[in-house]
Design a protein around this ligand. Structure first.
Ligand code: GLN
Length: 446
């Protein structure tokens, strides 16, 4: 069913870069051949899943939506893919993304833009736009994305689905093509909060192959109390409402606050004094890490090599010039600049200090609150083409999401109604390792 939905929808939506038809059929046959008892032991038995195309899949292209890796076929599975298979899930396709996960609109994919299934004139968000669109268009009930500065939550919000960024260290990054290693986390996208919780329980936990993995499993439980929030204190950061939040988004967040209050939650205003510097700090640190991580793509070890008959240095240059798109090259240049001698102290070190201050702001807020509530994005999804030629405008759309990555804390985007026909999402953030709280309150709200 999933494969036929993809065949029907993908020509317009363009969410899937590689359809794994053969592999999926073989897996489905295998799962079918199991005994009833064996099937019951598999939490995702026979469930189709789309996997973002920066997550390695054995014998299936893993392109990062880049010319650089357009023909790269990994010889191994990422940790999360091993977990999916062990849980009985069926990987039906690789989901398109912004090139190397850099972007917020899915317009920078080498394979063309992804369309928002709710309205094809607006962007689906990014960088996990293919994952969000595949779930929203009902091609798959579940997808995996990666979130470095909002790339799961922002497209989930724009497509009207649920997206969770787990605590840094919760899910192994083994087999995830690195963008900014101190920020990257893999997480679930789903139509329902409960399904996101189930998928998280499958992918979370110990893996020695990622040295930042904290070996903390997550146990999925059916939330018992629907709509009773009497033990929950929700902080509303005042800084997040003085920015240019559109009136439609502000109105939807107000409704969420009302629902929480109605269910007995204590709502309190909190202050995160340093988050106004979050975007600046993020784009210094993330580009610095990216410039180093992407150094490996040189035409020798992986993927694309330019047709350049000169010496080695010229081959490197031509490969990187032709293999990477404009946004990726911009980030590599920026990152190299902020790490270069003489600028390191002025930019990188300052940004690292700001990161610590932001982390402290959140720790202080969570001394009195269980959750923080904010918009996911300042406005609903914007028209295709509107921001693509203005990188700074594009970066600013991440204003509410990057802080959770700077601090390492978990955050979830849940659908909170619509503005016209466009979905609006609400973001809940929790203290480190408190996905349980996020998911149980999220499930009751959705
Ligand atoms: N939009 C942000 C960026 O371009 C976030 C990307 C991400 O989370 N992968 O860096």
């Amino acid at each position: 069913k999933s494969l036929s939905r993809i065949a029907e929808q993908n020509p317009t939506i363009n969410a899937i870069t590689t359809v794994c038809a053969e592999q999926a059929r073989r897996r489905a046959e295998y799962v079918d051949s199991l005994s009833e008892k064996e099937k019951q032991a598999l939490p995702l038995c026979g469930i189709p899943v789309a996997v973002k195309d920066n997550i390695c899949t054995k014998d299936v292209p893993t392109t990062c939506s880049s010319r650089m890796l357009a023909e790269y076929i990994p010889p191994y599975n990422a940790h999360v893919v091993e977990r999916l298979e062990a849980a009985g899930a069926i990987v039906v396709g690789k989901a398109s993304m912004d090139e190397f996960a850099m972007g917020s609109s899915n317009e920078t994919s080498f394979f063309g833009p992804v369309k928002n299934p709710r309205n094809t004139d607006v962007v689906p968000g990014g960088s996990s736009g293919g994952s969000a669109a595949a779930v929203a268009a009902d091609m798959v009930p579940l997808a995996l994305g990666s979130d470095t500065g909002g790339s799961i939550r922002q497209p989930a919000s724009h497509c009207g689905v649920v997206g969770l960024k787990p605590t840094y260290g919760r899910v192994s990054r083994y087999g995830l093509v690195a963008f900014a290693s101190s920020f990257d986390q893999i997480g679930p996208l789903a139509q329902r909060v409960e399904d996101a919780s189930l998928l998280l329980s499958v992918i979370a936990g110990e893996d020695r192959r990622d040295s930042t993995n904290a070996a903390r499993a997550y146990k999925h439980e059916r939330p018992e109390t629907r709509g009773d929030f009497s033990n929950v204190t929700v902080g509303v950061p005042k800084e997040y409402f003085s920015h240019e939040v559109s009136s439609e988004v502000a109105a939807r967040i107000e409704t969420v606050i009302e629902t929480l209050r109605h269910g007995g939650a204590r709502i309190t205003e909190v202050s995160l004094p340093n988050v106004s510097h979050a975007i600046a700090a993020y784009y210094v640190l993330a580009t610095a890490e990216a410039s180093s991580n992407l150094a490996r793509f040189d035409g020798v070890k992986y993927g694309f090599r330019a047709d350049e008959s000169g010496d080695l240095a010229r081959m490197y240059c031509a490969t990187r010039r032709e293999g990477f798109g404009e946004e990726v090259r911009r980030r590599i240049l920026l990152g190299t600049y902020v790490l270069s001698s003489g600028y390191y102290d002025a930019y990188y070190l300052q940004a690292a200090k700001v990161r610590t201050l932001i982390k402290q702001d959140f720790s202080r807020a969570f001394e009195t609150c269980d959750l923080l509530l904010s918009p996911v994005t300042p406005s609903p999804a914007f028209p295709v083409g509107e921001k693509i030629s203005d990188p700074l405008e594009m970066y600013l759309t991440d204003i509410f999401t990057v802080s959770a990555n700077l601090a390492g804390i978990p955050g979830i985007a849940i659908p909170a109604g619509t503005a016209g026909e466009l979905p609006v999402g609400a973001q809940l953030m929790a203290a480190d390792w408190d996905e349980k709280m996020l998911l149980s309150v999220g499930a009751a709200l959705h």
